[in-house]
Write a protein that binds this ligand. Structure first.
Ligand code: ADP
Ligand code: MG
Length: 322
């Protein structure tokens, strides 16, 4: 496997004031020792409930947030060692698309201005070249030069997300993080945008990190999956294997909850007890032990190691620790 991006033991800890008058201080471990490798030209999906650290992971990988520790290797280069200028250049290669295109597009700007801006920031192209590049990227994402005259409020949700995608792709990146890119869209529009993303990936040889809390979407789009819970990676593996044979009890529970129209394929639904604990007060040992149907005595005190269980599969769970 040829990884385009590899992260090792990545951590992002925040100091959080708690208690009366904020006199106590706790650490929120938004990311707590995440390691993974993303193969060139493929889609690595991150799933997990709200608050598990998915957005922090996506942003930290691109150094939009500085990690507390750990390494990020992009095309063989340790990007944590890069200075401001090299990082600025590299940022054209790594882009991000957010969930809410309304929130991430400037309401006062036409689509053309929005798409011109990254080109102006990073290059000194002529006005003619900029116009041509904008027209080209509009076509790539299935919009027309007419759309370029509009403001965000004049577009549908699907069209706005196409603009968000166009803005990320206009700098011709190699790697794109999509943070819940279709979660705000109607189901019928979701399918169109997902098809567009797949089409763009093969046409432009892009590598994706695809963040979602929706496992049906992830199953559809991913080559590889990582399952997060409270800042920890529970399990990673090729999607086919992970969906047909989940190893971690948390993955098993998430997959059992996917609606399955075919009764023969239906799994018995595993209902997890309780709520996700507060990240300010993450459980000791395995962070999942308070809700795990298979918890054993050591799970509440000893953190499971990150283990390789087969060629492409890794897991953090005491069930596999020997
Ligand atoms: P997700 O995208 O999976 O919903 P996030 O990455 O947004 O999760 O957040 C992970 C955890 O980190 C949450 O508990 C969140 O409250 C906390 N967190 C995120 N950003 C900050 C911040 N700037 N300061 C303190 N805590 C933060
Ligand atoms: Mg998020």
């Amino acid at each position: 496997m040829l990884p385009i991006l590899e992260i090792k033991d990545l951590k992002k800890h925040y100091a959080a004031k708690t208690g009366l008058f904020g006199r106590m201080s706790n650490t929120v471990k938004a990311l707590d020792g995440i390691s993974l490798a993303i193969e060139k030209g493929k889609t690595f999906a991150i799933v997990g409930e709200s608050g598990s650290g998915k957005t922090t992971l996506g942003k930290t990988m691109l150094r939009l947030i500085e990690p507390t520790s750990g390494s990020i290797i992009f095309n063989g280069q340790d990007i944590m060692a890069l200075g401001t200028e090299s990082m600025r250049k590299l940022k054209t290669d790594m882009q991000i698309v957010f969930q809410d295109p309304f929130g991430s597009l400037d309401p006062r700007w036409t689509v053309r201005r929005t798409l011109e801006e990254p080109l102006r920031t990073h290059y000194s192209y002529s006005a003619e070249t900029i116009t041509k590049k904008v027209d080209e990227i509009l076509e790539v994402v299935g919009l027309t030069p007419q759309h370029a005259l509009r403001y965000p409020y004049e577009l549908s949700g699907g069209q706005r997300q196409r603009v968000g995608i166009a803005r990320a792709l206009i700098l011709e990146p190699q790697f794109v993080v999509f943070d819940e890119p279709v979660s705000a869209l109607d189901v019928s529009i979701q399918a169109q945008v997902l098809t567009l993303l797949q089409d763009l990936q093969s046409r432009l040889s892009l590598t994706y990190l695809f963040i979602s809390h929706d496992l049906s979407v992830v199953r559809y789009i991913s080559d590889h999956v990582g399952v997060m819970y409270l800042g920890k990676m529970m399990e990673t593996g090729p999607s086919e294997q992970l969906f047909s044979n989940p190893l971690h009890p948390y993955t098993e529970a998430l997959i059992s909850a996917i609606p399955q129209p075919d009764p023969d394929k239906r799994r018995e639904r595993i209902v997890l007890s309780g709520e996700v604990p507060s990240p300010r007060n993450a459980p000791s040992g395995c962070v999942f032990h308070t809700r795990c149907p298979k918890a054993m005595p050591q799970c509440s005190s000893i953190q499971p190691e990150w283990l390789q269980v087969s060629e492409n599969r890794y897991i953090a769970c005491h069930l596999y620790n020997n």
